[in-house]
Design a protein around this ligand. Structure first.
Ligand code: PSU
Ligand code: MN
Length: 304
């Protein structure tokens, strides 16, 4: 297999011990330096505290890695030449020997190939606003329609068109459940105002859904578990709406397109909310990592 597993991840998978995949794009392109490195280390620590092995995913010098050592995490956080890699970019990155951080699509693809079933992130990519004029839909969505992985997220990034993204997930056949809620979370915000059909109430229940997915043996689609950021830690909704409108206008003015759109908007929000969006983003990611750890533990127990 052209994927390098860290010793720790390989051993955990061999023994059926819980493992959670983490993406690296959020570190390299989604968070400001040098805080990004602290966060990467903190997230791995949160998993370890719960007895779960972290598997941060990235491509380094043309090798796909599932599970990074401290030096490799440091490189993803510090090296500004690290590229952003979706699943479609992986063969090119491997063949040309570049280094890159993996998005949700790149991470989910590699994690599934490595045998990892649970993945924690902040917010999924999705359908961008104004999609009737500019066709920009994240590769995260179609990839999750053909990858058997459980993604714990705080919904889709609120910079996106949330209802259109939920519609696309329906069309693509990707199951979406709220965690203890039937309202889809709004990434920086606890609520998006959109309804979801299913609410799952415990890690065990989520693991049972995962088992049923395998037993039914249908298309290899993902399960999205949408876990709201606690209300006390969300971004103030008024500030969110105002600054997001400014960010979207700035992106249009500066002709930002393609892969650059998401990092541009996230960075604009951090700078124009005096870091409050960053704190809400981090609170969401931490909650997702903790829940993913519990799901991976329930899944490992169910599998044993
Ligand atoms: N969630 C975050 N921060 C991020 C991302 C998600 O809290 O930076 C990244 C993920 O890697 C996701 C990517 O896959 O943004 C989507 O980018 P695009 O819209 O270009 O597909
Ligand atoms: Mn895009």
């Amino acid at each position: 297999m052209p994927i390098h597993l860290s010793d720790e991840v390989r051993e955990a998978l061999e023994h059926g011990a819980p493992v959670v995949a983490l993406e690296s794009t959020i570190i390299a392109h989604g968070l400001p330096r040098p805080r990004n490195h602290e966060v990467a280390v903190e997230l791995e620590g949160l998993l370890r505290e719960q007895g779960v092995v972290p598997a941060t995913v990235a491509v380094l010098d043309g090798t796909a890695h599932v599970g990074l050592d401290d030096k490799q995490v440091r490189r993803i956080a510090d090296d500004t030449s690290v590229r952003k890699l979706g699943a479609r970019d992986l063969p090119v990155a491997l063949a040309t020997g570049v280094s890159g951080a993996t998005t949700v699509s790149g991470t989910a693809f590699l994690a599934e190939r490595a045998g990892i079933r649970v993945f924690a992130t902040g917010g999924l990519g999705g359908v961008h606003r104004d999609w009737t004029a500019v066709q920009d839909e994240s590769a995260d969505l179609p990839l999750l329609s053909r990858t058997r992985i459980t993604v714990v997220c705080a919904g889709v990034k609120s910079i996106l068109d949330v209802p259109a993204t939920l519609q696309r997930l329906e069309t693509l056949g990707v199951a979406v459940a709220g965690y203890r809620t039937t309202e889809f979370p709004g990434f920086y915000l606890s609520r998006s105002g959109e309804h979801v059909d299913w609410s799952l109430d415990s890690p065990r229940e989520i693991a049972e859904v995962m088992r049923a997915q395998d037993e039914l043996d249908g298309p290899r689609s993902a399960l999205i578990v949408a876990n709201p950021v606690p209300e006390a830690e969300q971004l103030d909704p008024g500030v969110h709406d105002r600054v997001l409108a400014e960010a979207l206008a700035a992106a249009e003015r500066e002709n930002v397109s393609g892969q650059a759109v998401t990092p541009f908007l996230l960075d604009h929000l951090v700078r124009h909310t005096a870091g409050a969006s960053l704190e809400a983003n981090l609170a969401a990611v931490r909650g997702n990592v903790r829940l993913a750890a519990a799901v991976a533990t329930a899944w490992a127990a169910a599998d044993a």
